[in-house]
Design a protein around this ligand. Structure first.
Ligand SMILES: Cc1cc2nc3c(=O)[nH]c(=O)nc-3n(C[C@H](O)[C@H](O)[C@H](O)COP(=O)(O)O)c2cc1C
Length: 357
């Protein structure tokens, strides 16, 4: 477990100190344009942002993505994020709970989020690989640890390959997810961590009973790059080179979102490089019911909850402005009116993959 703790510490440190976003690849949200409405026939205050996710109502379509837990510094981060989740009535996910399952002395670093407010919608997190290798009881323990309202299972084959001492062993993961769904009485979300999810996978996941898919596409935080940096620091040349070659791998977030939203009837979360309220408005228009943000929040949560709150208030205003300028007073209206144009590589992608908006 020591290896796990040092890895989690590295992740926080690297995410805070280095530029670890994709370099050449973007989210492709720049290939989505709203059709401006100069006559919205409404006021900005008429815009309402309430949304439904997994059958629950939230004030804003923003999800605090899973990041940390299992190291002492995670306590403050999760506490600050939970305070914001509580104030804004938005869902929050913790980072992978494996460390807390094996070492009960670390549970407090996750549990703090639940202790801040027993009513926030809190999402647990565990790796698909860990479920397959170590048993689906892990999922039950993760839910129990924080009285989770849902469990996110992350799929990260590329990260496991580049990560020093990673476990890129994905045989049996689908079966493990299926068993987990049978065992749990809370909904299961499946997510990537920055390489996106295509429609084929989305359809399989829907067919086994997954209740939501979080695309976590390419264009934001780059886990191949983060693990490449760690490989370099531990002089693991082979993995460093592998990381270099595959650094820009992944389905851009906007493409992955269209892949998933156009092929399944379950809730879809847009994440991976969501950096403004305009990105979120575009995501909603493309079929997401929530948009998730990770690394930008981490950088503020290490300071205090007020910084996170101020940032999210700016984002909320940006969503409202985008909706106002398209004449949409609700998210449903924005989604149904389809006041968007897609062009460039995103359009080519949709044509080649036969995707319908
Ligand atoms: C410091 C940090 C730690 C993360 N740890 C986890 C994790 O334990 N489990 C997980 O599913 N995703 C994890 N993620 C991935 C995020 O949830 C998210 O999918 C990804 O970072 C893309 O979002 P972003 O571009 O807004 O950062 C982590 C992200 C960050 C920044």
């Amino acid at each position: 477990m020591e290896e796990h703790v040092s890895r989690k510490k590295d992740h926080i440190k690297i995410c805070l100190e280095e530029d670890v976003e994709f370099k050449d690849k973007t989210t492709w949200f720049e290939y989505v344009e709203f059709i401006h409405n100069p006559l919205p026939e409404m006021n900005i205050d008429d815009v309402k942002l309430e949304t439904k996710f997994l059958g629950e109502c939230f004030n804003y379509p923003i999800l605090i993505e899973g990041m940390t837990g299992g190291v002492p510094e995670a306590f403050e981060i999760n506490k600050n994020l939970a305070e914001v989740s509580s104030k804004l009535n938005i869902p929050m996910e913790v980072g992978s709970q494996r460390a807390g399952i094996y070492d009960p002395s670390l549970v407090y670093t996750y549990r703090v989020a639940r202790d801040v407010d027993p009513d926030i919608f809190l999402i647990g997190n565990i790796g698909g690989v860990q479920l397959a290798r170590e048993g689906v009881e892990l999922a039950e323990k993760a839910v129990e640890m924080i009285d989770a309202d849902a469990l996110a299972i992350h799929l990260n084959p590329l990260q496991e390959l580049i990560q020093p001492k990673g476990t890129p062993i994905f045989r049996g993961v689908l079966k493990a997810i299926e068993k987990t769904i049978e065992r749990l009485d809370v909904p299961v979300i499946v997510k990537e961590v920055g390489c996106g999810i295509p429609m084929e996978t989305a359809k399989i996941l829907e067919s086994i009973g997954v209740k939501a898919i979080d695309v976590a596409g390419a264009g934001g935080t780059n886990w191949t790059l983060i693990e490449k940096i760690r490989a370099r620091e531990s002089q693991d040349i082979e993995r460093e080179v592998l990381g270099e070659v595959f650094q820009e791998w992944g389905i851009p977030t906007a493409a992955s979102l269209i892949e998933v939203a156009s092929s399944v009837n379950i809730d879809v979360v847009a994440s991976g490089g969501i950096r403004s309220g305009l990105d979120i408005a575009k995501s909603l228009s493309l079929g997401a019911c929530m948009a998730g943000i990770a690394r930008p929040l981490l950088r503020l949560a290490v300071k205090n909850p007020q910084h996170v709150l101020n940032y999210l208030k700016e984002i909320i205003m940006q969503i409202k402005v985008a909706m106002y300028l398209t004449g949409s007073s609700t998210i449903e209206e924005l989604r149904n009116s389809k006041k968007i144009i897609i062009f460039g590589p995103l359009l080519e992608w949709c044509c080649q993959r036969n995707l319908k908006l």
